[in-house]
Design a protein around this ligand. Structure first.
Ligand code: ATP
Ligand code: MG
Length: 358
């Protein structure tokens, strides 16, 4: 069952919101509506976040990310459209039922995580469980486990002001994890951190996700962060989702000039993988090839030294040693945007000899 679904969501602030939605549906421009006193913050957003997925919503300031996220957990009522969570229509729930879903099944981590200064770290991490009415002993036990998960073992008795910004953010993450909520909504959760700590937190989140398999919606305005974390990324512009796809899809096939201009500065070598670079082997049954082999998710950064070392295309094989394709050196250079790079004898479509390494 899909975990979370946005179904033609609209949010318009200001005057005559429903009229504004109808005008948008008939092709009215957002700017014209703004002149008339309505602010369309989210326009016709539809997507499904699968269970266990990290789904990133990326866009510049004011593009509608937080508004969209607040509709996903029922904090904001959509002007139009529905949010389905585990098949349940959040927009149709009674307020008390919605509060229950929000406190038990959904956790949020914000950019500036507000810890209670007069409570210790452990009590802060246990706060979500306190709201749920979990008995004290159990909530402290679960909060302790969550603090260990985020690398804060030994800090349970400290006070928030004894922690660095990055550590405070970890307490926020621990609070969200302690509740066992299956859906984690993270709004610019790492944006206030300096770059090295931010990267650490990204690594930590990816590592936690490998064992916890939460469903995560992560908001960021940083495309590199989006590409590092996201299984899929929704790119927003002026309230609309202008592209939805994997990092590779967005890099290889940007939907429009806007997305293309966005991805210019991305380090493609760390996002693109052998899977997107490979071409069909000339002879698909070319087993037993003695040439260099990589897995489909080898990044181009890792692949480049291999292609530089060997004269023939590199074979891409899955765990079962099946030949999936081959990557000629020229293809790697082309994908990295180095069109003037050294030419190799192998064309994008390798010869049988090159494909098999024979
Ligand atoms: N409560 C509100 N009342 C009126 N307009 C609002 C309200 N909340 C948001 N907006 C407007 O909706 C648009 C989208 O805002 P939103 O906060 O969702 O953007 P964002 O992508 O999260 O931006 P940021 O990266 O700065 O957090 C903006 O034009 C904003 O001014
Ligand atoms: Mg925001």
């Amino acid at each position: 069952m899909p975990s979370l679904q946005a179904d033609h969501l609209y949010k318009v602030f200001g005057r005559r919101p429903l009229d504004a939605v109808h005008e948008l549906q008939q092709g009215a421009e957002r700017a014209a509506l703004r002149d008339g006193g309505s602010t369309p913050a989210v326009i016709d957003a539809s997507f499904t976040v699968e269970e266990g997925e990290i789904f990133v919503i990326m866009g510049l300031s004011g593009s509608g990310k937080s508004t969209l996220l607040r509709m996903l957990n029922g904090l904001l009522e959509p002007t139009c459209g529905r949010v389905l969570f585990g098949g349940q229509d959040l927009t149709a729930l009674a307020p008390s039922e919605l509060r229950r879903v929000r406190s038990h099944q959904i956790s949020m981590v914000f950019q500036h995580f507000a810890l209670f200064p007069h409570h210790g770290v452990l009590e802060n991490a246990a706060y979500g469980l306190e709201v749920q009415g979990v008995p004290r002993e159990e909530r402290l036990r679960r909060a302790t486990e969550a603090l260990h998960l985020v690398g804060l073992k030994g800090w349970e008795k400290s006070w928030p002001d004894e922690l660095s910004g990055g550590m405070q953010q970890r307490v926020g993450l621990a609070r969200a994890l302690a509740t066992d909520a299956e859906l984690l909504l993270m709004d610019e959760s790492f944006s206030a951190l300096d770059p090295l700590i931010r990267r650490d937190m990204q690594d930590q989140l990816l590592e936690l996700q490998r064992s916890l398999h939460k469903t995560i919606v992560f908001i960021t305005h940083d495309l590199n962060e989006a590409m590092r974390l996201g299984d899929r990324i929704a790119v927003m512009r002026d309230g609309r989702i202008v592209q939805l796809g994997t990092a590779e899809q967005i890099l290889v096939e940007p939907a429009n000039d806007y997305v293309a201009s966005f991805i210019q500065d991305v380090d493609r070598s760390r996002v693109l993988t052998a899977a997107s670079a490979m071409v069909p082997p000339h002879r698909p049954d070319a087993a037993g090839c003695g040439c260099e082999t990589v897995t489909p998710n080898t990044t181009l950064a890792e692949l480049l030294p291999v292609t530089a070392r060997v004269p023939h295309p590199v074979a891409v094989r899955d765990d079962g040693d099946r030949l999936l394709g081959v990557v000629p050196r020229q293809r790697v250079l082309t994908l990295l945007g180095d069109h003037d790079g050294p030419q190799t004898p192998c064309d994008a479509r390798p010869t049988e000899k090159e494909a098999t390494g024979a």
